[in-house]
Design a protein around this ligand. Sequence first.
Ligand SMILES: [Zn+2]
Length: 508
Amino acid sequence: EMRELEQWFFRISAYAQRLLDDLEKLQGWPERVRTMQANWIGRSEGTRVEFALVPRADGREDPFSTVPCFTTRVDTIYGCTYMVLAPEYPSLLDLVRGLPQEEAVRAYVDQARRKPRAVRTAETGEKSGVFTGRYVVNPYNGEKVPLWVADYVLMEYGTGAVMAVPAHDTRDWEFAHRFGLDIKLVIQNPERTLRADRMDQAYTEYGVLVDSGPFSGLSSAEAIRKMTAFAAEKGFGGPQVHYRLRDWLISRQRYWGAPIPIVYCDRCGIVPVPEDQLPVRLPDNVEFRPHGESPLKRCEEFVNTACPRCGGPSRRESDTMDTFVDSSWYFLRYLSPHDDKQAIDRDACNRWLPVDQYIGGVEHAILHLLYARFFTKVLYDMGLIGFDEPFAHLFTQGMICKRSKRDGKLYKMSKSRGNVVSPDRLIEEYGADTVRLYTLFIGPPEKDAEWSDQGVEGAYRFLRRLWKKVYDHRDLLRKAAAEVDPGALGPEEAELYRFTNLAIKSVT
Ligand SMILES: [Zn+2]
């Protein structure tokens, strides 16, 4: 269930472009991780188009007069036959107040909030939605199109409003079919064989524009350029860069985290705790009961405090920070852990950092590693450190997996799955050398590896053979000269001597 809470965010979106551009600097990182970060940031270039809201017949005023949307396919806009708003669209209910559709829209918005987002955005599956009774105008052709609410549109992506082009978008296609909305073909394939009445799915590729007014005949790519410029010229839109990266929600309804240093005062409003009163410490006497909210909220002596500004009674923020906040800068604090005057020591940081070689699992590719980069850039901009990337080289080690006896599949070894192997038991059975040898030979460190009990057995047998060989020849070995004269060796001895030196060279 989605509930509206007052929550705190870090504006990482303001750093989206730099986080993307500076991936170039990270030549010491695996290509795969850089690609994952680039995809997560998700830069796309497109067009902003404002649709004018058709005023209400009853003359009642609306909270806004245009509905902006972002699209990467403005070339399809002549095929727009309706527009969809996210159920969370601001002031949505004001648009329908007093209309016959009000009740249906209200009920729909309520049920959409309870739906998991993955279900809402799945390409397949039944689409749902309701007509608002309102219309907007497509600024390219002046056509009036109905305004719907549907939960396949999310507020977080783009503007929360989508121009729907069923002929050229899969989800719009399904929605239009379900609700009997018009489907207008405006992009023709290169063979020019598409017929609106014979299509059985949306045509989502680029093509040539048809039935698109003055833009008919243009290729999609050319049309996107010209139509975007046209929007800017006419003042109803223009080029826009969009990032998939959302702001970082740091509020957690948990005890275990750094308190968010904010105080709410009836007189002064939201007041940050001043620096000389930091850090805000967690209280020890907290009652842990499942109330569905932070346990701190019920700790009166923590929550009730004096406003730092006016001294009047006020309440502390009872949410704590996402623990990713802590892991975003711990490497800065590690250099001066006993410093009680400042969080980080600039000189120590500049002397020792950035980290030359960072090692971590690839599961951190987009959260921890992106957040740590963001923190480093913010602190750099504040002049607190002299570098803007935290980790020069990154090594992502593979994971040790184990085949399940139940379904025969490989799973990452983990405490939660309970499929870990105890080194204590193995050492008891085979000795520490066997366990070390097997671990070293399990595979390249950057690759996942499958743990094999037979492999341990093999390492054990190898070590036993080696030991036996040495033991069997112990008298001979004792007599061996400490110094070797290579010139005096026979051909086989010389060969062995050479391999010995090669082996030493390759491991030292
Ligand atoms: Zn106050």
